[in-house]
Design a binder for this molecule. Structure first.
Ligand SMILES: [Zn+2]
Length: 168
């Protein structure tokens, strides 16, 4: 059965700004995000698009790490992030497959990402925003620079998007 959106999560503040859990948001179709990234690819090239979207994801991830900084253990914090991501529409479902502390690393799978709305069939993963989000979040948590690599992607025809986050 379809999940119900929790009440009070999406609301207007006193000045009429739309907020999701207190954070001002713009509601945008996943196809719009996919199109935005695809346009950057077309105009500036795939490498630039990847860097730009990954970089944007990094800062969102770092902000969210701050939000969950009261959670001491990294696994609970990462599961909270996965819950937030599926609530905010970044994925329909996001699972933490594994998280290790030494060396620091994680594997995360996601379904229903904006890859399923991608206007082209690529040979590599396209979820740079989500890859960056996970890298930014775990870099802030572990206090090490973490890098995220998307090893499978819905846009390529894989069953899910998978992100391997490691210290290098
Ligand atoms: Zn993907």
């Amino acid at each position: 059965m379809a999940r119900e959106f929790p009440r009070g999560v999406l609301e207007f503040d006193e000045e009429g700004r739309l907020t999701l859990l207190g954070r001002p948001v713009i509601l945008m179709g996943k196809d719009t995000i996919a199109q935005l990234q695809h346009s950057v690819e077309t105009v500036l090239g795939s490498r630039t698009a990847k860097l730009a979207f990954y970089h944007a994801g990094l800062s969102v991830g770092r902000d969210l790490a701050e939000r969950y900084s009261d959670l001491e253990d990294h696994e609970s914090a990462l599961r909270e992030l996965a819950g937030w991501a599926s609530l905010a529409g970044w994925a329909s479902r996001m699972d933490v497959v594994r998280i290790t502390h030494s060396p620091p690393g994680s594997i995360v799978r996601a379904w229903g990402t904006y890859a399923e709305n991608y206007p082209a069939k690529p040979s590599e993963g396209v979820c740079h925003l989500i890859a960056g989000l996970l890298a930014g979040f775990l870099s802030a948590r572990f206090g090490h620079r973490m890098v995220s690599k998307e090893t499978s992607c819905l846009a390529k025809g894989d069953e899910y998007c998978e992100f391997v986050v490691s210290g290098k």
